[in-house]
Design a protein. Sequence first.
Length: 249
Amino acid sequence: MDVSPDADYLERYNQSTHAWTKAFRLARGFFITFEGGEGAGKSTQIERLASKMRAKKYDVLLTREPGGSPGAEAVRHVLLSGAAEPFGPKMEALLFAAARSDHVEQVIRPAVERGSIVLCDRFLDSSRVYQGVTGGIDQAFMDRLEQVAINGMMPDMTLIFDLDPAEGLRRATVRRGAEAAADRFEKETLAIHQARRAAFLAIAAAEPERCIVIDAAADPDTVENVVTAAVFAALETRAPARDRQVTPA
Ligand code: TYD
């Protein structure tokens, strides 16, 4: 099994964390997560939002889970290849938590503390849904694991991309090519994906101050407009800009 970290991803990681462009920082950082089922368009939309923000001179860090730091990227391969699957959902939940803890401490917290906007493709809600709800793991165990993994680093805002799983899986198949194999979590039954959709919507309903549901069935430009409007409105009210401080070039 190949467990070497994804070279392209690490290259982008290095560029985004170490090669600063001139950008202004916020008085405090802002941490936004993108969540939802397979093929809902999160990755496309997170890249579009990052480009838009960078064009407006915001200091943006784009990252993802599982992964996002060299240590967590190594764990990503173990999880998505299915190598950990035979050891059960608890083992997988612990590995996701280990990867998240490394990602939080090495990448997310330092970026938020220096005033950046952090955009993260999947985070704790994916564990709540995939390992907790559809993995059947005890809620109290998952709650404790989450606290250890995030160590207080709760997202300021979470966008939940909502889409009929049949359509999401169709899109995901087109994206990877019909002949390539689905990953460990994508390959599960439609009923499981439907349960995940319901679980994401339940989180959004329970935490309306953090979560906003995005209708991902619309065309990508429409979704982009909705995402942009929601995020900029939140930034304006909740994260005022510091006096346009320029970061080192
Ligand atoms: P990935 O290839 O990053 O694709 P996408 O986010 O576009 O689906 O796959 C990540 C997979 O890992 C996805 O099936 C969801 C799953 N996952 C969990 O089960 N728990 C988690 O905590 C995280 C972050 C992801």
